[in-house]
Design a protein around this ligand. Structure first.
Ligand code: IDP
Ligand code: MG
Length: 140
């Protein structure tokens, strides 16, 4: 059975453009509740670790540089079938391919600066949530 938690970040392009509030509204309107939320900024070591699965991809260096370029909002979200439901809400990685009405279609500026992160599995949602939040924060 699919889990009911996912993890997101509002990325530096979106926080920098003043889109944080509008994106949070869209997430709440789509039926998610925020279980934990934090405004922070990634160090290079943080971003390298968070995106380690992509270390052999050609865009890894660019991704790490971009993700450390400004503040982010990290959050744990709850809804039935959270991972798949949230991926649907954010749309395709490349905003040029994202469906109308999705967060990336509305707010992303490029395939790299694509406004939001969404976990790709229940397992990664748990790992990514643990990256930012203590066990106490995750279980409140
Ligand atoms: P996802 O965020 O939709 O799950 P992934 O393939 O996991 O997409 O890639 C992680 C992140 O790496 C993307 O959200 C985006 O910021 C960046 N990225 C992915 N593909 C490219 C690319 O071809 N060029 C530059 N950045 C990319
Ligand atoms: Mg991914």
């Amino acid at each position: 059975m699919a889990g009911n938690k996912t993890f997101t970040m509002i990325k530096p392009d979106a926080t920098g453009a003043g889109h944080t509030g509008k994106i949070i509204d869209k997430i709440i309107e789509a039926g998610f509740s925020f279980k934990a939320m934090k405004w922070t900024q990634l160090t290079t070591a943080d971003a390298q670790q968070f995106y380690l699965v992509h270390k052999d991809r050609p865009f890894y260096g660019e991704l790490v540089e971009y993700m450390t370029s400004g503040p982010i909002v990290a959050a744990i979200l709850e809804k039935d079938n959270a991972v798949a439901s949230f991926r649907e809400l954010i749309g395709a990685t490349n905003p040029a391919e994202a469906a109308e009405g999705t967060i990336r279609k509305m707010f992303a500026t490029s395939i790299a600066a694509n406004a939001v992160h969404g976990s790709d599995s229940d397992e990664n949602a748990a790992i990514e949530g643990s990256f930012f939040f203590s066990q106490r924060e995750r279980t409140l």
